[in-house]
Design a protein. Sequence first.
Length: 600
Amino acid sequence: MDNFLVNTIKSTEIFSSLTEEECLSISHFFETIQLKCGTILFNQNDSSDCLYILVDGNLSAILKMTDGTSKIVGTIKKGETVGELGVLSQQPRTLTVKATIGSTLLKLPANSLAQICQIHPAVLYKIIGPIVSRSQRTIQLLAQNNKTKHIVVIPTNDSVSLSSLKAKIKKNISNFVNITLLVDSEFEIGVEEKKISNVLECIEKIEKENSTILYLIESYDSALLKVCIEKADDIYFVSDSNSNPNYSEFVRQLLSNRKQLNDVRDILVLQHNDSKILPGSTESWLIYHRFSLYHHVRTHNDNDYQRLLRFMLGKTTGLVLGGGGMKGWAHLGVIKALEEANIPIDMTGGTSIGSIVAGCFSLSETYEATLEKFRFIMNADPKLFKLKNFTWPSISILSSKNNTEALIKAFDNLHIEDLWLPYFCLSCNLTLKNESIHTQGLLWEKIRASVAVPGIVPPMVLDGQLHVDGGLVNNLPVDVMRNFLGTSSKIVAVRVSSQREENHSYNFPPVLTFKQALLVKLGWKHHEYKFPSFLDTFINALLVGSYQKELQCSMQADLLISPNLSSYKMLKISKNQEDNLIDLGYHSTVDLLSKSKSKF
């Protein structure tokens, strides 16, 4: 134990200058502590009485903002220290630190650290590095939150009218605070230096009072455009869906010149007639340029414009649905509860079974229609492991014929970019050994890739590369959703995988012959043997590699819904159990929302 302790202390950055003998001489100062997943090590504003070394596990550092929200500003990994700043300054903790998985730490009291620094001054110098780097990250986050956000809305060409968009924005903008709308027609047209100076002076005054400025540009020849492009954080390019893709020369230069855009996000907005059943033809607009995101708005649909405004202002709510086989029926109950609570879902994303439910919802936007579409897909082949579904096991044991055909019938030639709500799904790319995030292409193909359980279902070939179930690399992609929506948006995550420890006790020998297994199955011998479910064991073994990432991602959600589904199997459930799972998802969400109303 002494050797392990000494090696741990020696491998830590702040004590790396000490010899092994010196580490041994200070080892008695340290105490080993254990934290369960979700346990808080210390809270922001607690007294700073100890420094800690993370021996094993993972911790998240969380900053509580002045508006009451919390932001994850960093993670503490194995071998890193935490709590240095408070101990040295003798000031309260500046952050809350929580265990994202079960963790082991070494605890060093503040007075003991002071003794060590007196004997070994080099330790004090080494502490400065981690303090500076973490302080810089926190300062950057605070600067981002205090900085005025500049959002530019501009037509893709001269023939695009923004009159409907302008009217809708003016109608709905009062629902948001600390935002100013500037329309270029309210300023003088022309880009003379004097006019630019006047516009800059006006904007500087607004920046002192508001956190967001939204610029609506109807003419390429305006002083406001000249100024706001230089300040822009996001640029929304608006066009009409019923016209052929056409970008003005000004817009083409803007899109092609990343330096001029200052690496800001570029987002496409397509305006549609109210009669449109589905957007359609979005792909043709993306051939010239791959936008960060795209939105569809119907001319007289207030909900579409409200959603667009929430995206612009970073006030969106994203829904992330995790993998878990047939337990994914619980996702439907969550959607039902959110709909009844009038919580608008602005974007969906999912892995494996979650990718199917999320796709159905982004297409239909209602619980009932989502349930109907999902039932059609799942009931296409209720007895998955019947004889006719088996194939020669060259790449899988099942052919997946009925399920694949059901996806094709359900989604036809629909592309992801033609869904009313922004959507992504995730698969594991075996060829490139990474996760693939799908935001374009045929919906059924990308979902089929996301649900391809290795060994059970054939992999999906996309662009010549092999894709399998996304749960192997990221079973709850909250991190992906956060990258799309930003830190100020809310994310609801639904975890339906088996995260709880099993209470079952198993008993069988390391070598199990066919005869023995058959006798047990028939109940003729070996009654003391207790086997786990073969399929559940197989899938849980596949997912165990992404277990820690799923836990870490779940900690980033603003609302984590994780009903206890341990009594349900992953690949086989009855009709009654489908309804039971929906009810479990529904009631778990209702209960959590009653405790978390301030968040939404």
